[in-house]
Design a protein around this ligand. Structure first.
Ligand code: FMN
Length: 344
C-alpha cells in the first residue's frame, strides 16, 4: 500500500438505477472503505416541498446526511437554489450539481455534460447562485462534451463559486464510458483549481490507484465507479483494510450482501418484479469478478422471475470462484451497461 493510504478519501460514485438507498445501506453493512456517498441525480424540482424529494432515497430516516450528498441534474440556477433549500431543511450539509451525465437525451437539452460547451449558460447559472447557496456546493463534471478545452473556459467560473470540491470524471461526454480517461489533461488542470479536486475514471485496482497517485500528486480524493460495483471490496482493498483475505471468505461476504440487498428491495417495493431488473443491473458489473464470467452473466441474465433468479444466484455461488477486481478484465469498449437500460 502507498504511504498515503491513511489519508485516502474514497467516494462512491452515483449510479442511476443501482446505488440507491438500499444499495448504499447494504454496502455499508457488509463492506467498508467509502468515506462519502452521493445519491443518483434528482431532477424536476419544480416546487418547494417537492414530491420527488419525499422518498426513502433522501429521507434522513434512511440516510446519514453527514456522509451523503444529494445530487441534482439541472441547468437552472433557481432550481438549484430550490433543491439546496430543501436539502438543507432536511439536514444535509452539501449538494452536488451533475455536469457529467453523457446520455444524448440529457446532453441534447444542455444538461449534464451537455452544458460544458456552453460557457455563457454556466456563467449565467453561476451568477444566479453565487453567494446564495444555503449549504456547501460541489460540482461533478467531465473534461468537456466534445473537447477537453471546454473545461478551460469553465475553470474561472468554477473558481468563482467557492465550491467545496470539484469532481472531474476525466473523459469527454461524447465518449460516454468508453475509451480511456485523458490523464494528461487532468494532470494539467490540477494547479488551476482553487478548491479540492477529486479524480474519477477507471480506478479499478490498487495497482492502478498507485499509478494515478504518482501521476496526480497531491490528489488524494478519489471517486470510485464501475470498479466498486464489480468488486465491492475495492475501497477497503485500496485502503488495505479488508478483513477477509481468502477468496472463499470474500465470496461468502458477497453472497450475504447480494442476498440482503435483494430481500431489502423486495420488501421495500412489495415484491414488484421490477426489482429483478435492478439486481441484474448490479450483476452486469459483479459478474466480472467471478471466474468464467460470461457463464455467470448468462445464468443471471436469463432469469425471468424471483425463483429462477434465486436458483441462478445459488448456482453461481456454488460453482464459481471469486477473483475480484473484475473491471480490470472488462471488455474494452464497454460504454453502456450490458443490460442496455437507459438512464435519462
Ligand atoms: C449506468 C450508469 C449510471 C450513472 N448514473 C450517474 C448519476 O446519476 N450521477 C453521476 O454523477 N454519475 C453517474 N454515473 C457515472 C459514474 O458515477 C462514474 O462517474 C463513471 O462510471 C466513471 O467512473 P468509472 O470509470 O470509475 O466507472 C453513471 C454511470 C453509469 C454507467
Amino acid at each position: 500500500m502507498s504511504a498515503h493510504s491513511n489519508d485516502l478519501h474514497l467516494q462512491l460514485g452515483p449510479f442511476q438505477g443501482i446505488t440507491d438507498v438500499y444499495y448504499r445501506n447494504t454496502f455499508q453493512k457488509y463492506f467498508g472503505g467509502i468515506d462519502t456517498f452521493f445519491t443518483p441525480f434528482f431532477s424536476g424540482i419544480h416546487k418547494e416541498n417537492s414530491k420527488s424529494l419525499r422518498t426513502d432515497e433522501i429521507d434522513v430516516a434512511h440516510n446519514n446526511p453527514l456522509t451523503l450528498t444529494p445530487q441534482l441534474l439541472s441547468n437552472d440556477g433557481i432550481e438549484i437554489l430550490r433543491f439546496a433549500d430543501q436539502c438543507q431543511a432536511m439536514g444535509y450539509r452539501e449538494v452536488n450539481l451533475n455536469m457529467g451525465c453523457p446520455y444524448p437525451q440529457v446532453a441534447r437539452k444542455k444538461r449534464g455534460s451537455g452544458m460544458m460547451p456552453y460557457t455563457d449558460l454556466v456563467a449565467q447559472i453561476a451568477d444566479e447562485i453565487r453567494g446564495k447557496m444555503p449549504l456547501a456546493f460541489s460540482i461533478k463534471c467531465r473534461l468537456g462534451y466534445y473537447d477537453s478545452t471546454e473545461i478551460d473556459a469553465l475553470i474561472p467560473i468554477f473558481n468563482s463559486l467557492n465550491l467545496s470540491e470539484l469532481i472531474v470524471h476525466a473523459r469527454l461526454g461524447k465518449q460516454m464510458y468508453g475509451g480511456i480517461p485523458d490523464f494528461e489533461k487532468f494532470a494539467a488542470i490540477i494547479p488551476q483549481i482553487n478548491t479540492r479536486l477529486v479524480y474519477n475514471g477507471d480506478v479499478f485496482s490498487p495497482a492502478q490507484l498507485q499509478i494515478y497517485q504518482q501521476k496526480f500528486s497531491p490528489i488524494n480524493h478519489w471517486m470510485l465507479g464501475r470498479g466498486i460495483l464489480s468488486d465491492p471490496f475495492l475501497a477497503s482493498d485500496l485502503k488495505g483494510t479488508t478483513l477477509e483475505s481468502d477468496p472463499e471468505a470474500k465470496k461468502e461476504q458477497v453472497l450475504k450482501f447480494i442476498t440482503s440487498l435483494y430481500l431489502l428491495r423486495r420488501k421495500a417495493k412489495n415484491n414488484n418484479p421490477a426489482i429483478l431488473g435492478r439486481m441484474k443491473e448490479l450483476w452486469s458489473y459483479l459478474y466480472l469478478s467471478f471466474d468464467e464470467a460470461e457463464n455467470v452473466w448468462r445464468s443471471i441474465r436469463k432469469s425471468t422471475d424471483f425463483d429462477s433468479y434465486e436458483d441462478a444466484v445459488a448456482r453461481v455461488f456454488k460453482h464459481h470462484h471469486w477473483l475480484g477486481t473484475g473491471y480490470v478484465r472488462a471488455p474494452k469498449d464497454d460504454f453502456l451497461a450490458p443490460t442496455d437500460v437507459e438512464h435519462a
